[in-house]
Design a protein around this ligand. Structure first.
Ligand code: ADP
Ligand code: MG
Length: 564
């Protein structure tokens, strides 16, 4: 008989199946926090407390005052596909709870040492169940109210996954973010978070989304937001002009479930339209209320995405609601688009009316909209509102004045010290920040100080800003701090200090130079060109885009085929 050497197919053991499934649901400690907090919310908790040790590796504890479980349920809840939330296929299209897949506890149980202590509401006679790596270890009676779930030694039996964990700081950042998002989704629930025994978030039950945002971000932040209320859409969004240079503060909730949705984001950006400069991002907290049968939540293992039955209708209602709210803000009811274009030519301090160029900048007719100026030996012409063409008689150079300005500021910031004119503030500014941003800024407060932003810890998620570089004097300090925090947590962590400094400098430079479309005066252009020539890398802005493009007479000859 011929012996076949084909690999044999085996059905994986249940334990291995679970660990594979766990990989999709439980990526990192923050995913455990997300799932447990969601279970507490589904259990009708009024108060949820989260504690973590060592970035969640050693311990993640979530306790709630929800309806709890009886002994029988406590013994089954950590089995795969065990759920009390749906029972038949139709239920999948009428989901009103955050959970429904019955995968979280079993996934967590298979990769950690899990302890569930719970009692059904109305009774204090509870049960405590221990499961290690998916195996039941211990069951005993225990007095309790609500439910407490302790997860110890996450990934202790999946070393490969454990290796993927980032630094403790990064994991904590994600945990803080996760609890914050949950808190934003349920203002009526009280949340607390302690990190290595230090209280990091404490949010008492709030009466509205507005109040919850106030608790998390502070009053000043809230003042920059506009409320949108219409039909299925409720939102708080950036007032015009209150933009950021990153997407760090953008949240979408569908039926109070946090989701990512590119199309909804697009609807929102479109509603700002011309008012939103390139590379700037609005803040938004968008809450959609959709009939459960109109939306499919069963799209993503971690339930981060949704599918709408009528995507276009949802897009339209977000667009219309936001657009309507923004339109209401224009002083002239005559036309939102017009008003926003006019904003480009608002005279700025230091720029006289004669210096300003009317920006009827309709694309395509650049030259007719620009203004020719002469003076000294510098001849230049504005093309649109950021490009400047100038000539020295031997060629022509095209300059992006924002990019150039950013380069100059960036190098100054990195050099720090004398090159930076630092201005003490008459009244030091208290800036309250979301807990995760506060933490990361504190860790880099020295580097930030070297760049002229003198801030100190004021406790309670608040920094006291005493001085800023002169060019930031009337910039939006909370926005800058929050952008810096965001860039510090982006990408790889544990990067060398120099790398972190560069990131910070890039952000600050961006804020210093992107100040609407301000046309520079002759003297300012001359100064900019001089400073740029003195820069170490005059050709690129800190993000790597060109600052200037030069065409020599020779280049021009070649282009007109006049060579030879
Ligand atoms: P799902 O949430 O998708 O149902 P889980 O694995 O997260 O699946 O939880 C399984 C079940 O355990 C839930 O359906 C619920 O009945 C019960 N359960 C989990 N956490 C709690 C809690 N904090 N309070 C009460 N019951 C809970
Ligand atoms: Mg669940």
């Amino acid at each position: 008989m011929l012996k076949l050497t084909m690999p044999e197919i085996v059905v994986l053991s249940e334990g291995l199946q679970n660990r594979i499934a766990a990989g999709e649901v439980i990526e990192r400690p923050a995913s455990v926090v997300k799932e447990l907090v969601e279970n507490s919310i589904d259990a009708g908790a009024a108060e949820i407390a989260v504690e973590v040790l060592d970035g969640g590796r050693r311990l993640i504890l979530v306790s709630d005052d929800g309806r709890g479980m009886d002994r029988e349920d406590a013994l089954i809840c950590f089995h795969p596909h065990a759920t009390s939330k749906i029972s038949k296929e139709d239920d999948l299209f009428d989901i009103r709870t955050l959970g429904f897949r019955g995968e979280a506890l079993s996934s967590i149980a298979s990769v950690s040492r899990l302890k569930i202590t719970t009692a059904p509401s109305g009774s204090t006679l509870g049960v405590s169940v221990e499961v290690h790596g998916g195996e039941l270890r211990d069951v005993r009676e225990s007095a309790h109210t609500g439910t407490t779930i302790e997860v110890r030694d996450l990934f202790f039996n999946t070393p490969a996954r454990k290796k993927f964990l980032k630094s403790q700081r990064t994991e904590v950042y994600h945990i803080v973010e996760t609890v914050t998002v949950a808190a934003l989704s349920r203002p009526e629930v009280a949340f607390s978070l302690s990190v290595d025994r230090a209280e990091t978030l404490r949010l008492p039950a709030a009466g509205s989304i507005r109040e919850r945002i106030l608790q998390v971000y502070g009053e000043e932040f809230l003042r920059g937001l506009r409320e949108v209320a219409g039909g299925e859409v409720t939102a708080l969004i950036s007032e015009e002009g209150n933009y950021r240079s990153s997407r760090s503060t953008q949240y979408v909730f569908v039926n109070r479930r946090p989701v990512r949705d590119a199309s909804l984001r697009h609807a929102l950006y479109s509603a700002y339209d011309a008012a939103l400069p390139r590379d700037r991002h609005p803040i938004f907290f968008l809450y959609l209320d959709i009939t459960p049968s109109e939306v499919d939540f069963n799209v993503h293992p971690a339930k981060r995405e949704v599918r709408f039955r009528d995507k276009e209708a949802v897009y339209r209602s977000v667009y219309n609601a936001v657009r309507g709210a923004l339109r209401g803000s224009a002083d002239e009811p005559s036309g939102y688009a017009e008003a926003s274009v006019d904003a480009h030519v608002e005279p700025q301090p230091g720029v006289t009316a004669a210096d300003a160029v009317p920006a009827h900048a309709s694309a395509g007719s650049i030259v007719s909209d620009s203004l020719v100026k002469y003076g000294g030996d510098l001849k230049y012409i504005y093309l649109g509102d950021v490009f400047v063409a100038y000539t020295d008689g031997r060629g022509i150079t095209l300059l992006d004045h924002h990019a150039a300005h950013e380069r100059i500021l960036y190098e100054r910031l990195l050099k720090g010290g004398m090159g930076l004119e630092v201005t003490q503030m008459l009244f030091p500014r208290q800036v309250k920040l979301p807990a995760r941003e506060y933490r990361v800024l504190l860790q880099h407060i020295e580097a930030i100080r070297e760049m002229g932003i003198e801030a100190e810890d004021f406790g309670h998620d608040t920094l006291m800003v005493r001085a800023v570089p002169r060019f930031l004097f009337d910039a939006d300090i909370p926005a800058i701090l929050s952008d810096i925090a965001f860039c510090l947590t982006e990408g790889r962590t544990g990067s060398p200090v120099e790398e972190m400094k560069k990131r910070i400098a890039k952000r600050i430079a961006c804020h210093g130079s992107v100040r609407g479309a301000v046309m520079l005066s002759h003297a300012e252009i001359a100064r900019l060109l001089e400073d740029l020539s003195a820069a170490e890398d005059p050709e690129h802005c800190p993000h790597g885009r060109p600052t200037r493009i030069r065409m020599s007479l020779d280049d021009l000859k070649r282009m007109f085929r006049r060579t030879g």
